[in-house]
Design a protein around this ligand. Structure first.
Ligand SMILES: C[S@@+](CC[C@H](N)C(=O)[O-])C[C@H]1O[C@@H](n2cnc3c(N)ncnc32)[C@H](O)[C@@H]1O
Length: 219
């Protein structure tokens, strides 16, 4: 009964912010800029697994010229992000409550300029590398959706996931640049926008790793 009430409450709150998220993302495949009310030449950035949205919100605030779409599979988590964007009246940030597994159904070939993957689940304890969002099969999808000069920005606290991801980028034929094993002590720190998990891990004294993978390498 309590769970049902909670779910109903989430749905009502989601409905109150309906201008900020797309219930049927498949409808906008290939026409996201138009769906978001932005000019056709607007750079389109995607964040996968945005959590409560701190990174997406701050990136959208600082870059009003881009169209930012943040994707998260948990409704109860993404709700906080949607409500903040709605309260602030951001006009360039939108959300999809959806699973990355279905990304190809939502975005068309060459539609996306950049993909952010911040602190994705490492799946190390359960030893399920295929579920990592940087596994080669996922990378093949990202390559398809990214424009020829598109790139992936990746951050993690997890050393093994970082090493795994760099190897997967190579296997996928992506170029790798701007790599650091300690982001907060690096030259990229000044422009860095911290995520919720980044703050949590950094607070525990864990170094944050960062890298970019790019497609132009493939041309
Ligand atoms: C460890 S949290 C990181 C959240 C946020 N990016 C941050 O750095 O604070 C990972 C998030 O990714 C979401 N997630 C995991 N797998 C996903 C998938 N296949 N599709 C969409 N979201 C996913 C989880 O629900 C969770 O909110």
């Amino acid at each position: 009964m309590t769970r049902l009430r909670k779910k109903k409450n989430i749905s009502a709150r989601m409905r109150a912010c309906s201008a900020y998220w797309f219930e049927v993302p498949i409808m906008n495949r290939g026409s996201w800029r138009q769906a978001c009310g932005m000019p056709e030449n607007t750079p389109l950035y995607l964040e996968l697994g945005c959590g409560k949205g701190r990174f997406a919100i701050e990136t959208a605030r600082r870059n009003p010229e881009i169209c930012f779409i943040a994707l998260e599979k948990e409704e109860s988590v993404i709700l906080a992000a949607i409500e903040t964007a709605c309260e602030e009246g951001l006009t360039n940030l939108f959300f999809l409550c959806a699973d990355v597994v279905l990304l190809k159904n939502y975005f068309a070939t060459d539609e996306v300029d950049r993909i952010y993957i911040n602190f994705c689940d490492p799946w190390s304890r359960k030893n399920k590398p295929k579920r990592r969002l940087t596994y080669r099969e996922y990378l093949e999808t990202y390559k398809l959706l990214l424009k020829p000069d598109g790139d992936i920005h990746f951050k993690t606290d997890d050393r093994l996931l970082f090493e795994f991801s760099l190897a997967e980028f190579e296997i996928a034929g992506l170029g790798i640049r701007n790599v650091t094993e300690d982001l907060h002590a690096s030259r990229w720190n000044e422009d860095n926008i911290r995520t919720e998990f980044e703050d949590k891990f950094a607070g525990q004294g864990i170094a944050i790793r960062r890298a970019e993978a790019f497609k132009r390498w493939l041309l």
